[in-house]
Structures are given as structure tokens and as C-alpha cells.
Design a binder for this molecule. Structure first.
Ligand code: NDP
Length: 282
């Protein structure tokens, strides 16, 4: 049995809890990777304007012979486009690249609190327009800290459907996850296997050996049982396949706790801290 649960998010939309991420997949390899993932059974693709491969994601969906409606696609607003008119233009380009008149979920990629005079609120209000006109079935944010989420709650009318944040055993990000849980915001865990860094850990390997599963399967199963949405990236069809086989075993409470106890706090991050991250592509 390998049925991926559907997670309800705001906007009357539901997305598969397990998807496929395409960060750092070269555009020349993206269509083939997406097609391979869809052939395996993935029905949720996570891309971004920043990744430079939205067009190739669309090609992969066509190559797999699937209807656009059969695949849940997320993209994200790039960091240089937070001003309202830039955001509107960037979103139109994203839809064009995705060869679609809608996206299932559209996110502000980073809050950039040190840029744009600290204003991500007017950017969020533009995403609300996309939700109202139906071009974004659902809207959310990425890399928002609790203070950023609280500010949106105080100054706008729409709660983000999701917050896509770094979460893995070395950085469990509990405070931001708890805020989401308390406010109806689904957590999406990016870099769910910490780009491979957690796979050699003895705790993970002990559980993997006991269960007859790979280290990546154990870590991904931990995320699934915590209720977060995940989309591991791989260019290897074998690894895509094994990363998809997560629904024929359960971790018990002590295994879940042992993995959660691997948390190193801030020093466990693989990516930048959203409070200070300010990179804008040229
Ligand atoms: P992941 O945690 O998914 O790890 C990917 C790395 O692990 C790749 O090097 C891959 O290599 C390797 N890998 C994958 N599966 C296995 C396996 N079974 N065994 C051993 N190694 C494996 O990292 P990502 O950073 O890619 O995160 C996943 C997705 O999250 C991204 O693709 C993107 O969609 C999203 N993301 C969002 C961010 C944001 O700011 N919103 C930031 C970062 C990621 P190989 O390809 O060779 O298999």
C-alpha cells in the first residue's frame, strides 16, 4: 500500500503530503526528473521562479502524459519582486512558464525583513489578489518566522495556507511549527533530509537497520508522522522511488522521540536564517 495522504489547506484545496522538489535540478535535467517522479506516482511538484526550471516542470508534466489538473504545483515569488507591480508581473511570468492559467499554491519565497523597508505586508496583499482572481488556488509563505506570521495576522485578512520552512532532525524548528499548528497554517518541511547530512547519523541508521528501511525513508517517515508536508529532491529515479515508499511502515513513539532529540537548534540549520537573509538575485 502506497497511498499518499491528502492534506487540506486553506482555499478549499488539498495537496498530497508527499511531493517532489526541484531545487538545484539543472533545467536541462528537470523535465526528465519530473517525468520520472510522476511515473513513480508523485503528484505534487515544488518549484520556484528562483530555481529557473518552471518551464521544464511544465514540460515534464506534459511528457508524463498527465493533465495539469492531475498534478499539484507550487511556485514562489522571487526575492527581487516584492514590490506590488513587480509581484504582479512576476506571477504572470510564472504562470506563462508553467504553461497554466493557475497555480495550486503560490508562496512568498522569503520574508526579507531587512529589505523593502521591512514591508512584506503589501506583497502579501498582492498574493491575496491572485487568490481572489483564482489564478492562485491557494497562497502561502515560506521562511516566515513567528513574528512575520503575527504581523500578517494583525495587518491582513488572509491566513497563509502553508509556511514552507527548513525542518529536519538536526533543525526541528518547533516554535514556528507550533505557531502554524495553532493558527491553521500547514507546515511544509524543506530540505527534509538536510540535503543528505542526516543520513549518516547513528540514530537514524540504528532505526533504519531495525526496520529494514533506508535512512532517508526513516527520516521522511518521521516527517509524515509529524503531519508536515515534504518534497524530497533527487535526480536518481531509484532514490525517487524509495523516497516515495513511506506508507507501509510506522515508527513507534520511542523512535519518533529519538529522531526529534537529534535537534541541534540554530546550529543545525543548513540554510540561512530568515531574520537576516537578504539575497536578491542579479
Ligand atoms: P533534500 O533534503 O530533499 O535533499 C536532497 C539531497 O539529498 C540531494 O543531494 C539528493 O541527491 C540527496 N538524496 C535524495 N534522496 C536520497 C536518498 N534516498 N538517499 C541518499 N541521498 C538522497 O534537500 P532540498 O534542499 O532539495 O529540499 C527539498 C525541496 O525543498 C527542494 O527541492 C525545494 O523544492 C524545497 N526547498 C525550499 C526552500 C525554500 O526556501 N522554500 C529551500 C530549500 C529547499 P540526488 O539528487 O543525487 O539523489
Amino acid at each position: 500500500m502506497n497511498k499518499v495522504p491528502a492534506i487540506d489547506i486553506a482555499g478549499g484545496v488539498s495537496i498530497p503530503q508527499l511531493g517532489f522538489g526541484v531545487f538545484q535540478i539543472d533545467p536541462s535535467q528537470t523535465a526528465a526528473a519530473v517525468r520520472a517522479a510522476l511515473d513513480i506516482g508523485y503528484r505534487h511538484i515544488d518549484t520556484a521562479e528562483m530555481y529557473g526550471n518552471e518551464k521544464e516542470v511544465a514540460q515534464g508534466i506534459r511528457d508524463a502524459g498527465l493533465d495539469r489538473a492531475g498534478v499539484s504545483v507550487t511556485s514562489k515569488l522571487n526575492n527581487g519582486f516584492h514590490k506590488p507591480d513587480d509581484a504582479r508581473r512576476a506571477f504572470s511570468k510564472t504562470l506563462e512558464a508553467l504553461d497554466s492559467d493557475y497555480v495550486d499554491l503560490f508562496l512568498i519565497h522569503w520574508p526579507l525583513p531587512t529589505l523593502y523597508g521591512g514591508d512584506f505586508v503589501s506583497t502579501w496583499k498582492v498574493l491575496e489578489e491572485f487568490a481572489r482572481d483564482g489564478r492562485a488556488r491557494s497562497i502561502g509563505v515560506s521562511n516566515f518566522q513567528t513574528a512575520h506570521l503575527a504581523r500578517l495576522a494583525a495587518e491582513t485578512d488572509t491566513v497563509p495556507a502553508v509556511n514552507q520552512i527548513e525542518v529536519h532532525p538536526y533543525f526541528t524548528n518547533e516554535e514556528v511549527r507550533a505557531y502554524g499548528r495553532d493558527h491553521g497554517i500547514v507546515t511544509e518541511a524543506w530540505s527534509p533530509i538536510a540535503q543528505g547530512k542526516v543520513l549518516d547519523d547513528p540514530v537514524i541508521n540504528r532505526i533504519a537497520d531495525a526496520r529494514g528501511k533506508s535512512p532517508a525513508q526513516v527520516v521522511l517517515r518521521w516527517h509524515i508522522q509529524r503531519g508536515d508536508v515534504v518534497f524530497p529532491k533527487s535526480i536518481s529515479p531509484d532514490r525517487m522511488k524509495s523516497n516515495f515508499e513511506l506508507f507501509d511502515f510506522d515508527l513507534d513513539g520511542s523512535e519518533m522521540d529519538a529522531i526529534s532529540a537529534m535537534n541541534k537548534g540554530e546550529s543545525g540549520r543548513t540554510g540561512p536564517n530568515p531574520d537576516t537573509f537578504s539575497h536578491v538575485p542579479d
